[in-house]
Design a binder for this molecule. Structure first.
Ligand code: FA5
Ligand code: MG
Length: 437
């Protein structure tokens, strides 16, 4: 069954878009007037985190650029690398997926026995050239906006997807690869969206000879052959991870693949989008010097797959430092997560005119989300627009958002929530130029 769901790289308008072992980086961080982190002290990397590369990399930049929009809640986590921590569920799922592509997939679908090169330690600070331009993402695409992407300066971002490394490896002549890393987006707040998450990029290229040997002689045959290899491979991956699970393909749009698809899995009574993929755009294949070769690429969300595999109900849990979470997971083991606490959420509404009188609105929901995250941290579970209307006389737009506060680890007091909400109300006015109602 085919569906069409708004996505970040879509032409359609996106809805705008720890562990006993885990250590938060001992970074000291100061912020400029943009809220951007511009100074880091050197840190002592722990044995389970590889903090050094990112911090050294960050130290190279003058972070006082007016374009810089990285809050401390984000900068302090660069280099944590949850996917490299052996007992973390994200590491287990990464290893399982890598092993699927290098064993099962090869044995079943493919007799060439070529292996996928795996990389998981590329620096998340990348150029806009790699993150956007090399992937044919138009200059005016919504994903490039400051409301969606964390910028260090005009030319440098925290990668928004692992596709940022695609063309580099293709140019190096690597035919099959899997790249895993942390990616960063200013995004919505709910149980399956987080501003830092982990993706795995997979790419497989086919030479003209390989395609001909498989009987795909015309361009169209070759396209169909590559698309089928991609979909068979991904369906096989899902079955190898979850057994018999309900999944469905949808049509998608990415500037860097043609055609493009997304795959959803039924989880917790709803369809959860787990990956985007497609046939690598022929202009990219040419630009990396690979002539008439063909290939496919996918980008999957590791948290989403790990949520399904371990029955983890909320994406914030991957970042908890609570022992009761981490002691449930051992390297390579699949277990069902046992919730250790379930406290009721506390709902608070906030209503405001999105502009102050006479001034054009610059309000963006991702700015609101960041203000709330900066104040409430992981105590915020969800932010939802519940009402919107335009005043018939003044033409001003009113928005009402419902904020759900809930701790994954403890119960919250009314006083605590009231204080958070009060601070949110204050900062929304200070930082977003809106009028509270
Ligand atoms: C991409 O990022 C494309 N680069 C994927 C791709 C690669 C397409 C190669 C074609 C070829 P998208 O924005 O849909 O696509 O994100 C991919 C996956 O990341 C999603 O399916 C979802 O599983 C995960 N994801 C996206 N946003 C978040 C978020 N805020 N929190 C957690 N997971 C997310
Ligand atoms: Mg998507």
């Amino acid at each position: 069954m085919f569906t069409s769901i708004p996505i970040r790289y879509s032409k359609k308008i996106s809805k705008q878009y720890y562990s006993k072992k885990l250590k938060i980086l001992p970074l000291s961080c100061f912020h400029n007037s943009n809220g951007c982190c511009y100074s880091f002290s050197s840190s002592t990397p722990s044995s389970t985190t590889s903090t050094t590369s990112s911090n050294i990399a960050l130290n190279k930049y003058d972070l006082s650029s007016p374009k810089c929009n990285i809050p401390e809640s984000i900068s302090s986590r660069i280099g944590t690398n949850l996917h490299l921590q052996p007992n973390h569920p994200l590491h287990t799922i990464k290893t399982k997926i890598e092993s699927y592509w290098n064993t099962h997939h090869n044995n079943n679908n493919d007799d060439t026995n070529k292996t996928f090169v795996t990389r998981d330690d590329y620096d998340p600070i990348v150029s806009t050239q790699y993150n956007f331009d090399s992937l044919l993402i138009p200059k005016d695409h919504v994903s490039r906006s400051k409301s969606d992407t964390y910028y260090i300066n005009d030319e440098t971002v925290l990668r928004t997807h692992t596709s940022a490394h695609q063309t580099m490896l293709l140019k190096e002549g690597i035919d099959r690869f899997l790249i895993t890393g942390d990616v960063y987006r200013r995004d919505e707040i709910d149980s399956s969206h987080y501003p830092i998450f982990h993706q795995m990029e997979g790419v497989k290229m086919f030479s003209e000879e390989e395609l001909n040997e498989a009987g795909a002689m015309t361009q169209l045959d070759q396209l169909h052959y590559v698309e089928k290899d991609l979909k068979d491979g991904l369906e096989g991956m899902v079955r190898s991870l979850f057994g018999d699970v309900e999944m469905r393909w949808g049509i998608d749009y990415f500037p860097f693949t043609e055609p493009s698809f997304e795959l959803e899995i039924y989880f917790n009574n709803e369809w959860l989008e787990v990956l985007g993929c497609g046939v690598v755009h022929q202009d990219i294949v040419k630009a990396v010097g690979r002539g008439d070769q063909k290939g496919w690429a996918f980008g999957l969300g590791l948290e989403r797959l790990a949520m399904i595999l371990f029955s983890i109900p909320d994406i914030r849990l991957f970042w908890t430092q609570d022992e009761r979470f981490h002691r449930q997971f051992q390297s390579g083991e699949i277990v069902t997560f046992e919730p250790y606490s379930k406290y009721p959420p506390c709902l608070k509404d906030i209503s405001f005119w999105t502009n102050v009188d006479g001034v054009k609105s610059t309000f963006h929901v991702n700015d609101l989300n960041e203000v709330i995250r900066d104040i409430a941290g992981d105590l915020v579970e969800q932010v939802q627009l519940i009402d919107e209307f335009v005043h018939p006389k003044t033409g001003r737009t009113s928005n009402c958002f419902r904020i759900s506060y809930r701790s994954m680890d403890r119960s919250l007091t009314n006083e605590e929530i009231d204080n958070l909400q009060e601070e949110v109300r204050r900062e929304v006015v200070n930082r977003l130029r809106v009028d509270l109602r």
